[in-house]
Design a protein around this ligand. Structure first.
Ligand code: MF3
Ligand code: CO
Length: 290
């Protein structure tokens, strides 16, 4: 950890002297690190100014998903959803973060039924009655990033699928209960996993959440198959996504060989995912994007 001198300006951007600002905070982090834990680099902790700008980005992300929620229905193609996302994002001054991200060809991910994540919108994929679909929206506004996803049930969905969708949403609440400064990311992940297991479902192991804000994907990597008291220390200013993928059957997955992106459940059973972006605050958390 790089530390300023006692009388130098604090690293947090407050303009205060280090000795009057984060000196005790850093000492507390160092003690925890000395016990063998992983602590966040200062660069991962968002300043007030950065948080305000990320919230502007989040406004777009939320507006886009609200529009999708109102208009999604049986009979439309996932390419239609892609056009909504692209057009609203650009009209509001942003850039869809997925577009050209590591070669991703579209502005949004649309993942249906046994697709776990990273489904690519297409004119050939038409939503039909009984589908469950995840729409994963991410926005870059002036270099500040937001990311969230929701599930949509198309027409009459089976009770089994509906229960899966509800459990994936509730899993976020179970995780959020553990998001507090001086706890660990593993506490959050474990709460998600225990809840999901209690429903008889499984959490995908290979794909998870991530730090976010100044980049689309930052440290830390956020797993939901974790032990309590492990993983990165949560402190105020840390920002990350909670986005567990919940499989109705078994956890194993595979990636589409042809497009290199879309991930499916190995057993062919449905998968569901909701994603929120959260900030660790002085006394808990704040939801930035949903
Ligand atoms: N939105 C996804 C996430 O939650 C990332 C998708 S990467 C993309 O992290 F290129 F497929 F868009
Ligand atoms: Co994400």
């Amino acid at each position: 950890m790089k530390k300023p001198g006692r009388n130098d300006e604090c690293w947090c951007g407050s303009g205060k002297k280090y000795k009057k600002c984060h000196i005790d905070f850093d000492e507390r982090m160092e003690e925890i690190e000395a016990q063998g834990h992983q602590i966040p680099d200062h660069s991962l902790l968002k300043t007030k100014e950065q948080i305000e700008k990320i919230k502007e980005s989040a406004k777009i992300n939320i507006a886009v998903l609200d529009y999708v929620a109102e208009h999604i229905r049986a009979g439309i193609s996932t390419a239609e959803i892609d056009r909504w996302v692209h057009d609203i994002t650009v009209r509001m001054g942003g850039i869809p973060a997925p577009l050209n991200y590591e070669g991703f060809p579209k502005s949004v991910c649309t993942s249906i039924n046994d697709e776990v994540c990273h489904g690519i919108p297409s004119e050939d994929i038409i939503l039909k009655d009984g589908d469950i679909v995840n729409v994963d929206v991410s926005t870059n506004l002036n270099g500040y990033f937001s990311d969230s996803s929701r599930m949509f049930c198309i027409g009459e969905v089976s009770a089994e699928k509906e229960a899966l969708v509800d459990a994936a949403k509730q899993a976020l609440q179970e995780g959020l209960k553990e998001v507090k400064p001086w706890k660990f990311l593993g506490d959050m992940g474990n709460a998600v996993n225990e809840y999901v297991k209690s429903c008889g479902y499984s959490v995908v192991r290979e794909v998870g959440g991530h730090g976010i804000g100044l980049e689309f994907h930052e440290d830390p990597w956020v797993s939901y198959v974790t032990e309590p008291n492990t993983g990165m220390l949560m402190v105020p200013g840390l920002m990350f996504t909670i986005e567990p993928m919940i499989n109705m059957g078994k956890a194993p997955i595979y990636t589409d060989e042809k497009n290199g992106w879309t991930i499916y459940t190995k057993d062919g059973l449905p998968s569901a995912q909701w994603e929120i972006q959260v900030l660790v605050t002085e006394d808990g958390y704040e939801i930035i994007t949903y």
